[in-house]
Design a protein. Sequence first.
Length: 215
Amino acid sequence: MKNSIVIVDDHVLIAQALKGIISNFEQFEVLYECENGKALQDKFKVGSIIPDIVLLDISMPIMDGFETAKWLKENYPSVLIMTLSMQDDEQSVIKMIKSGSHGYLLKNTHPAELEKSLLKLINDGYYYPDWASRLVFSSLNNHSDKNNSTVKLTDREKEFLSYTVTEMNYKEIAEKMFCSPRTVESYRDSLFEKLELKTRVGLAVYAMKNGFDIK
């Protein structure tokens, strides 16, 4: 069974082009397209199929990407959100992450990179290219310096942090740490609360900034 995608973009030509590109991906299919977040809400409310992934633009009329991501996070937390935008500034990336996006791509991304990113999103639950991670790293510099001096982490939490910078998913991390995936999730949730972070990329950046990453 293919992983399902809904495209939310107010530019019809772009949405149709994306649908055509994704139709060539072996493991993915597009269910339908929506011109903004409100149209997506309406689709969901009338019983349309809920997708595995929402491919989400930021700049849209009526209900933009930030509002749409927040709504999905609150009402459909199992839906993975991949931002696909022309906006590559730090503010937009950080705001989308905080709104609930699990990944971020630019619209000039090569189709092969798009397919790779969607696969990683399905397998790992997140995908941020190097340039986006660098922006997050920069924005967290002062924040993580402060946390490093005030937050007390257990040895197991530090060990978990060291694995967040790898490509391992949570199940593989659990195997490395000789514990259950549920226990790994408890470490993650504890760190989210202690460090005031919301995503794995945030944890990875914190780990790199404070020397907890695997050398």
